[in-house]
Design a protein around this ligand. Structure first.
Ligand SMILES: Cc1ncc(COP(=O)(O)O)c(C=O)c1O
Length: 436
C-alpha cells in the first residue's frame, strides 16, 4: 500500500464525507504556483487554495513575517490584551478599501464570519432586519451565510431551517438572463428590478442590507455589466440600505485592482474580505463606514481567535508583496493571456458556451449544446480530472458545476501559465474528440 493509499483509507475512516475534495491527492510541498504531491508528481496550480494564494504558496516574505511573530507571542486575544499588528492592519485596510469616508475595520477568522459580522453590523445600525441576496450567490457555510447562499446541493439541502428575513433577487447573469433579455438592450432590468422587489417581496424600510459579490465566484465567475452594481448601489443609498460587497473571492488583486468594486466606481458601505488576505493563514475582515461599524455596543463584535496576530503579520506582508511585486499589473497580464486563449478555445470547442472574466478571474461555461445551453456537468468533471492527470490542478464552479475557473497564484511565471493553458487546451481537444 502506498502512503497515498494509506492516507486515503485513513481519511475515509476518520473524516466525514461532508467535506468534499476536488482531487484525490495529498500534498507534500508547494511553492509559488506549483504543488508537489506525496508521490513527487508536480502540478501547476490554477486553484491557489481556492483563491487564497494570490501571493503564491509559501511566499517568503509572508513566511518571514510569520516566523518573526511566532517568536514574540501567539495569542493574547485582542479582547484581553491588544497588539500592534491588528491596529496596523485595520489602518491599512481602512486606507486601501474604496471610499474616502472615515472607516473602521474588525477582523474575523474566515469569510463566512466576515459575512455574519457585516450583516450584524448593518442590522444594528439600521434597526432593520431583512437582507437581500442573489441567485447563484455564495457567502459561506455558517447558518446565516448558508442562508444567504443560493446553491441548494450540496450547500443547503438538509441543513434547514434557514435564517429568516433573507430575500433573493436574480443576479446579472447575462448568459442565462432571468428576464430573457439581452445586454445592453435590456436596460439592466435585473438591477432596476430592485425597486419592484420592494413592492413584491419586502418593503425597503425593512431592509438592513443588500449583500452582493461584485463578480460571483462559486456561482460561476459571473461578471455583471458595468451598470449593474452602480444601479443597485444608488437604489440602496436612496432607501437607507447598507450596501455590502462580499470581496472574499474577488479581493486582494485577483481582478487586477485591489478590490473589484473599484472597477465599478462604487465605494461599498461595508466591504468583506478573507481568502488571499493573509497568504494562507485564516483571517477575514470587515471594513466599513465609521458610523455603521461603531454602532454595535462594546462586546457585541469579535471572537476569541479573531484577528490572530500571526495572521495579521502575514496579511501585512501580503499587502507589501502585492505592491512590491506589482501583482495588480500581473493579474491584468495573466487575465489577458488567459482570456485570449479561452476565447480561442471557444472558437474551436463546441462545448464552450461562454467565456467571461475580469483580470485574472476568468471562467468558461461548458454546455452540451450551445442552443439549449444545457450545462455540461459530466464533461466538466472529466475535464478537471484529465487536466490533473496531465499535471494541472483546476476546480469547477457554478450552480450546475459546469464552469471552469482560474484562481492561479498571481506570481505564476509566464511559462507555467502557458503550460497550464496548453494542458487545458489538450484536454479539451481529447475529450471533445472522444465525446463526438
Ligand atoms: C464570495 C465568498 N464569500 C464568502 C465565502 C466564505 O468564506 P470561508 O470559506 O472563508 O468561510 C467564500 C468562500 O468561497 C466566498 O467565495
Amino acid at each position: 500500500m502506498t502512503r497515498h493509499e494509506f492516507l486515503q483509507a485513513q481519511r475515509t475512516e476518520n473524516v466525514p464525507q461532508g467535506l468534499s475534495c476536488a482531487h484525490p491527492i495529498f500534498i507534500k510541498k508547494a511553492k509559488g504556483a506549483l504543488i508537489t504531491d506525496m508521490e513527487e508528481k508536480e502540478y501547476i496550480d490554477f486553484i491557489g487554495g481556492i483563491g487564497v494564494n494570490n501571493v503564491g504558496h509559501c511566499n517568503e516574505a509572508v513566511i518571514e513575517a510569520i516566523k518573526d511573530q511566532i517568536q514574540k507571542f501567539l495569542h493574547p486575544c485582542f479582547h484581553a490584551v491588544m497588539y500592534e499588528p491588528y491596529i496596523e492592519l485595520a489602518k491599512m485596510l481602512n486606507e486601501i478599501t474604496p471610499g474616502t469616508f472615515p472607516k473602521r475595520t474588525m477582523l474575523s477568522n474566515s469569510g463566512a464570519e466576515a459575512v455574519e459580522n457585516g450583516i450584524k453590523i448593518a442590522r444594528h445600525a439600521t434597526g432593520r432586519t431583512a437582507v437581500i441576496t442573489f441567485q447563484h450567490a455564495f457567502h459561506g457555510r455558517t447558518l446565516l451565510a448558508m442562508s444567504l447562499t443560493s446553491k441548494v446541493k450540496p450547500y443547503k439541502a438538509g441543513f434547514g431551517p434557514f435564517a429568516p428575513e433573507v430575500y433573493r433577487m436574480p443576479y446579472a447573469y447575462c448568459y442565462r438572463c432571468s428576464f430573457g433579455l439581452r445586454y445592453p438592450g435590456c436596460g439592466i432590468a435585473c438591477a432596476h428590478h430592485l425597486s419592484e422587489f420592494f413592492e413584491t417581496h419586502v418593503p425597503a424600510e425593512q431592509v438592513a442590507a443588500l449583500i452582493v459579490e461584485p463578480i460571483q465566484g462559486e456561482g460561476g465567475f459571473i461578471v455583471p455589466p458595468k451598470e449593474f452594481l452602480p444601479i443597485l448601489y444608488r437604489i440602496c443609498k436612496e432607501r437607507g440600505i447598507v450596501f455590502i460587497a462580499d470581496e472574499v473571492q474577488t479581493g486582494f488583486g485577483r481582478t487586477g485592482r485591489m478590490f473589484a468594486a473599484e472597477h465599478f466606481d462604487i465605494a461599498p458601505d461595508v466591504l468583506l474580505m478573507a481568502k488571499s488576505i493573509a497568504g494562507g493563514l485564516p483571517l477575514g475582515a470587515v471594513t466599513g463606514r465609521e458610523d455603521l461599524m461603531n454602532h454595535p455596543q462594546t462586546g457585541g463584535l469579535g471572537g476569541t481567535f479573531s484577528g490572530n496576530p500571526v495572521s495579521c503579520r502575514a496579511a501585512l506582508a501580503v499587502l507589501n508583496q502585492i505592491q512590491e511585486r506589482h501583482l495588480l499589473e500581473k493579474a491584468r497580464e495573466i487575465g489577458q493571456q488567459t482570456m485570449t486563449r479561452f476565447l480561442d478555445f471557444q472558437k474551436r470547442f463546441e462545448v464552450i458556451g461562454d467565456v467571461r472574466g475580469l483580470g485574472a478571474m476568468v471562467g468558461m461555461e461548458l454546455v452540451t449544446d450551445r442552443s439549449t445551453k444545457e450545462p455540461a456537468k459530466a464533461f466538466t468533471k472529466e475535464l478537471v480530472e484529465r487536466c490533473r492527470e496531465k499535471g494541472l490542478l483546476m476546480i469547477s464552479a457554478g450552480t450546475h458545476s459546469n464552469i471552469i475557473r482560474t484562481l492561479m497564484p498571481l506570481v505564476i511565471t509566464d511559462q507555467q501559465l502557458d503550460k497550464g493553458l496548453s494542458i487545458l487546451e489538450e484536454s479539451l481537444f481529447e475529450l471533445e474528440d472522444s465525446h463526438s
